[in-house]
Design a protein around this ligand. Structure first.
Ligand SMILES: [Mn+2]
Length: 268
């Protein structure tokens, strides 16, 4: 039995199939957790969701593109790259499966704690607080549907403080878990820079997170320009830019080996 965490698929279903074959994936024995951004940009978003729904033992944390899809489904908007889902006869089923998914998954494997999130966890929160806020944000969303999905959109507030209103706390929390790359010493997020190089005053979130104090490893996706490299043995970056013509990567939590395949260009 293996637990595989798989990086950003972005609708690349043929590449996913190729990766599962390489993993010798068995739906009976293995567990798969996607790191979010299952959909958008690639050609086969609907097939990816159909696969997730029809196999047991499959879970995902929500990524920014998954939340964007939920927003489109609620607004009943048209959007060409996600047309295969938006005009699908099972669109309600896709919505129900996705809306239920967490922002953070906590896995204990062989006495090691792994936190799985799409983008990251800011240094200003303890792990206990991050776990708590992920649940609080999800509760806020489910208690206020469908309007909550529209309310969580936006780049502000830029920094955390305990006195923020619930709605602002949730928006900041979701931005950290699903969009963060760079953060400064004051805990302010730079949500515009998608490169691997910080602008003045900012640093990569995992370079300032205290992994030793929290005694935890963090597995994340979202940041294709890192190409899987963090130089930190406790920070596992899994977005290796499949939808940009590079590779799709899985991490086996039992032995910490990475397995990857080259994109199938039919997906793009
Ligand atoms: Mn993303």
């Amino acid at each position: 039995m293996s637990t595989y965490v798989i990086g950003d698929v972005h609708g690349c279903f043929r590449t996913l199939t190729k990766l599962l074959k390489k993993l010798n994936y068995s739906a009976e024995k293995d567990e798969i957790i996607f790191i979010g951004d299952l959909v958008n940009r690639g050609r086969y978003s609907a097939e990816v969701l159909e696969f997730c729904i029809s196999h047991k033992g499959i879970n995902t944390v929500l990524g920014n593109h998954d939340i964007f899809l939920l927003k489109l489904l609620i607004e009943e908007r048209k959007y060409k790259p996600l047309k295969s889902i938006l005009s699908h006869p099972n669109r309600d089923q896709f919505y129900k499966w996705l809306i239920d998914k967490p922002l953070l998954i906590n896995k204990n494997i062989k006495n090691e704690q792994f936190l799985l999130v799409h983008a990251g966890i800011p240094f200003c929160w303890s792990i206990a607080q991050a776990v708590d806020l992920a649940e609080k944000a999800k509760d806020y969303i489910s208690d206020n549907l469908p309007i909550s999905i529209l309310n969580i959109w936006g780049n502000k507030p830029k920094t955390w403080n305990n006195n923020l209103s619930l709605e602002k706390q949730v928006r900041f929390t979701i931005n950290c878990f699903t969009r963060m790359r760079f953060i400064n010493n004051n805990g302010e997020l730079d949500l515009t820079n998608t490169s691997a190089h910080a602008t003045k005053g900012f640093r990569k979130w995992f370079d300032v997170f205290d992994f030793e104090r929290e005694n935890v490893s963090i597995v994340f996706g979202h940041w294709a320009s890192l190409n899987g490299k963090t130089k930190n043995p406790k920070a596992f970056a899994l977005d290796t830019g499949c939808v940009w013509g590079n590779r799709l990567t899985a991490l086996c939590l039992e032995d910490l080996k990475k397995i990857s395949v080259k994109v199938d260009h039919e997906d793009l």
